[in-house]
Design a protein around this ligand. Structure first.
Ligand SMILES: *[C@@H]1O[C@H](CO)[C@@H](O)[C@H](O)[C@H]1NC(C)=O
Ligand SMILES: *[C@@H]1O[C@H](CO)[C@@H](O)[C@H](O)[C@H]1NC(C)=O
Ligand SMILES: *[C@@H]1O[C@H](CO)[C@@H](O)[C@H](O)[C@H]1NC(C)=O
Length: 435
């Protein structure tokens, strides 16, 4: 009996000593488990094991939709790849204080709340590739000051103002292992651009609001105008008292009716995002001036209605992007038959597939009622060469071919048409003008 008591006491002493050297003991236990390759099972089908002294909780491919209660908290690596998690709520991981690696790839995550990673102050690697993320804010990364590796690729990132803070964070030089290969999926004009090296200013341009404001959402112009999705995307802004072209026209619009408004001026690149546009109706707007680059990017436009406006002539170069134009409605404008009108006639002469209506001189008085083509023909036939040169010099042409080339050359990406071709044409025109 005494012997038994002594033995029990000895065991107790050993236990106390053991508890004192808790850390050492745990390491030893780890090593033992490592050697034996021992695995402990946890809720949800997760397995805990130790490799090279690091403790892993492996919950891969377990059909999990959330982080479960009852998982060990002292793990170094949490493997949650290939599950069905779609939301990460605030404080999801806050009890895993030792975590170095968090693998969440191949889930269905579309929302990460800002505090989802709070408490992960030791985390160095976060894997979020192959998910459904469109936006996250830089704020979600703040609780992880030691983060060095962040994978974000293969997510449908929507590159608008909501992504601004993340993109700017990724572009900080010291964050060079973060977000490589992540690309914009939307909007269409930024598709495929890498978050890592895109121009962050493109994210917050006013025009970029269009993606919140596609017809399925609400926008000023889609409230103001009628938008119709089928059969073809159509925006009807007729007679809405508009003074400018609405900035948030859905990018897939095919027909755009702006007739009977009060748009007196077209500025550069007004329609540059609406690349599919086939019909543009600007009839009855009191339109007085059209910038040289106003129609930039409208490579598929087929019909342009400019009837019943206040146009006197076209700026040199205005029509250069309209490769597929077939019909130009020009009736009801006070076309002025002087040197400035020659560009329009020259362009029409070189684009014989384009039908046009209503090109009649209203000024000066001597040519009133003449067709503009007859006027130009007469001018070319009758005017002595020297005088033409003179007129050219004193005329009020507002842009030279050199200026035009310079302007287009500034931003070649926005004007995808072959420049070489243009230069050639301009050269021809120059000769035509000087002869
Ligand atoms: C169009 O705008 C001009 C100048 O802003 C204004 O004087 C005119 O009344 C407007 N017309 C209509 C029909 O709104
Ligand atoms: C443009 O709008 C005007 C006014 O509604 C209409 O008369 C004209 O036919 C339209 N043009 C085209 C090409 O549809
Ligand atoms: C021409 O445009 C003016 C406004 O600019 C409008 O009041 C008038 O009704 C239009 N005329 C035709 C024939 O469309």
């Amino acid at each position: 009996m005494r012997l038994v008591t002594v033995l029990l006491l000895l065991v107790l002493v050993c236990l106390v000593a053991g508890a004192r050297s808790g850390k050492k003991q745990r390491q030893e236990r780890s090593q033992r488990r490592n050697k034996l390759n021992s695995v402990i099972h946890f809720p949800g089908g997760c397995k805990e094991y130790v490799e090279n002294g690091d403790k892993y909780l492996d919950c891969q491919d377990c059909q999990l939709t959330a982080v479960l209660l009852g998982w060990p908290e002292d793990i170094d690596h949490l493997l949650l790849a290939q599950n069905r998690i779609n939301v990460l709520r605030d404080k999801t991981f806050s009890h895993f204080h030792n975590l170095f690696t968090l693998d969440l790839q191949l889930n269905e995550i579309s929302l990460i709340e800002e505090g989802a990673f709070s408490g992960l102050s030791k985390l160095t690697t976060l894997l979020l590739q192959h998910n459904q993320l469109q936006f996250v804010s830089e704020a979600m990364l703040i609780p992880m000051p030691r983060l060095r590796h962040l994978r974000l690729h293969d997510n449908p990132w929507t590159c608008n103002c909501q992504l601004d803070s993340l993109v700017r964070f990724l572009q900080v030089p010291s964050n060079r292992y973060m977000g490589n290969f992540a690309k914009c999926a939307e909007p269409t004009d930024l598709w495929g651009q890498k978050l890592k090296n895109m121009n962050p200013r493109l994210l917050c341009l006013p025009r970029m609001q269009s993606q919140f404001l596609l017809p399925r959402h609400h926008s000023e112009s889609s409230l103001l105008c009628d938008t119709q999705d089928s059969p073809k995307p159509l925006v009807d802004c007729r007679g809405r008292g508009l003074k400018v072209v609405p900035p948030d026209i859905p990018e897939n619009t095919v027909k755009m009716d702006l007739a009977f408004n009060n748009i007196t001026e077209l500025k550069p690149k007004e329609f540059v995002n609406i690349k599919d546009l086939k019909l543009l109706n600007l009839s009855s707007n009191g339109l007085r001036s059209i910038d040289t680059a106003a129609f930039a990017g409208l490579l598929h436009l087929r019909e342009l209605d400019l009837s019943n406006n206040s146009l006197h002539y076209f700026n040199y170069g205005v029509l250069e992007d309209l490769y597929y134009l077939r019909t130009l409605y020009l009736v009801g404008n006070p076309w002025t038959c002087d040197y400035n009108i020659h560009y329009l006639i020259y362009w029409l002469k070189h684009h014989t597939a384009v039908e046009h209506t209503g090109l009649v001189c209203s000024e000066p008085e001597e040519f009133r009622g003449w067709s503009v083509e007859s006027y130009v023909k007469t001018y070319n036939d009758e005017c002595p060469k020297g005088m033409q040169l003179d007129l050219h010099r004193t005329g009020t042409t507002d842009i030279t071919s050199q200026e035009l080339i310079a302007e287009i050359g500034e931003d070649p990406d926005l004007l995808p048409s072959p420049l070489q071709n243009k230069e050639h044409k301009l050269e021809e025109f120059k000769i035509f003008r000087l002869n």
